[in-house]
Design a binder for this molecule. Structure first.
Ligand SMILES: *Cc1c(COP(=O)(O)O)cnc(C)c1O
Length: 423
């Protein structure tokens, strides 16, 4: 399907009068419509809750929009917990799904009453030591190992993943937790990432529902929720077909009725922790062409770099690019679109067919709403960009300012570097 940006050249020319490129911009309308669709797709399940994976897009304005649709927060670190807390999202509206977790993170999670989702059996003792006593509600992350394969050939490799309890450990862990007084149980698994297929959640659900029935039979644990976690993908490339959350919700309902209801577990709540699916398509990185270079290849140098969007550099990930104002021009030029890092993998696109790009053209890099800004870093002393929200009424709100050199030097206060610099 043709990928069309949610901004136009005219809009960006207007916005850049106030906010210079590069910046990430988010589409409020798209976020709301999708959040509503997710809620409706699982409305058949009384306890359903989406815990938005904060790591994907840790911006309070955006999380607040999702919160209006009943979303909680899936946190994995102290500062994500703090951000959630600052939004008034606490208690069981937080799922704390961390791994290799520092003691202080667990302390804070317990303080705000988050549901703790343990990544490993050894963390039972670790948490008990820190907190003195285990919370009454606990969840365990499951990793069956092996490969997770779907009928269309999409697969992932849980056996290589550092996360979760093995099957044996899960049964053992539930027994221990029960002995130690835990009353309410959940299971969680994340077995495949960015699945662009409606099959993933239903297939994962079936596997988790079956093990939940066994766990209940063998340990007597009161399983109250099953967390399908993240992994629901988005079509980064134009040839991929988007997932239909309605079909996914219906697929999960079907296995719920096949497996859980006959086992007397028809009250179990379904939880999700989607990040990418909630926000990915509703963010774009807007950048300006500032150089062209003709050497062994044709290069377009833009004012953004991998610091603003790391996925192409570290995963070789495809992000679609639209040259604004040239949406219908023929893609008859082959370019590498590069950033300015002293790193040859700092390229947003390699050998990409695009319309002829002129210096000053604005490029919209698609699908940066999740794991985009969030993965940013400061290599080469590059500063992080602003984040803007395109509101439903067409106005634009600054939801995070761009970093300044002062921000960059702030942690060098032991050298008082900022006061030594000439600006
Ligand atoms: C990253 C992550 C998510 C979100 O994954 P998406 O692919 O963005 O949906 C959810 N839960 C956990 C524990 C994660 O690590």
């Amino acid at each position: 399907m043709k990928k069309v940006p949610f901004v136009t050249k005219e809009m960006i020319e207007e916005i850049t009068k106030t906010y210079p490129t590069p910046f990430h911009i988010y589409d409020e309308k798209g976020i709301r419509e999708n959040a509503k669709a997710v809620k409706e797709a699982f409305a058949w399940n009384k306890g359903f809750k989406e815990y938005f994976a904060v790591k994907a897009t840790p911006n309070p304005f955006l999380i607040n929009i999702l919160h209006e649709y009943g979303c909680g927060c899936d946190c994995s670190s102290l500062t994500e917990l703090m951000l959630s807390n600052a939004l008034g999202i606490n208690g069981h509206d937080i799922m704390f799904s961390s791994n290799d977790t520092p003691a202080e993170d667990y302390e804070y999670a317990a303080k705000v009453g988050a549901i703790i989702n343990l990544d490993d059996i050894t963390h039972i003792d670790f948490v008990e030591k820190i907190l003195g006593k285990l919370p009454e509600t606990m969840s365990c992350r499951y990793n069956p190992g092996g490969v997770f394969q779907m009928s269309n050939g999409i697969m992932d490799n849980p056996g290589d993943a550092k996360y979760g309890f093995t099957t044996e450990q899960l049964f053992e862990g539930f027994r221990i937790l029960k002995e130690k007084g835990v009353k309410h149980f959940g299971i969680h698994a994340f077995l495949a990432s960015n699945t662009v297929t409606n099959e993933y959640y239903p297939q994962l659900a079936k596997q988790l529902f079956e093990i939940a029935v066994k766990l209940k039979e063998e340990t007597g644990a009161n399983i109250e929720f099953i967390n399908l976690s993240g992994g629901v993908g988005i079509p980064y490339t134009p040839d991929q077909e988007a997932n239909d959350i309605c079909v996914i919700g219906e697929g999960v309902r079907k296995v719920y009725e096949e497996v859980l209801v006959p086992a007397g577990m028809g009250e179990v709540a379904i939880y999700t922790e989607m990040g990418r699916f909630m926000m990915g398509p509703y963010g774009e990185l807007i950048t300006k062409a500032i150089h062209e270079k003709h050497t062994h290849k044709e290069y377009i140098g833009v004012d953004a770099c991998a610091v603003n969007l790391m996925r192409p550099a570290i995963y070789g990930a495809y992000h679609h690019i639209t040259v604004l104002g040239k949406e219908n021009a023929p893609c008859d030029h082959k370019y590498d679109v590069t950033g300015s890092l002293c790193e040859n993998n700092d390229k947003f696109a390699v050998d990409r067919m695009l319309p002829e790009i002129k210096i000053g053209d604005y490029l919209a890099i698609h699908d940066t709403g999740a794991h985009g800004y969030a993965m940013g870093y400061n290599y080469n002393g590059k500063l992080k960009s602003a984040e803007l929200l395109l509101k439903e009424d067409g106005s634009v709100q600054l939801i995070r300012r761009a970093e300044t050199p002062k921000d960059y030097f702030a942690t060098l206060d032991c050298f008082d570097v900022y006061n030594k610099i000439e600006f």
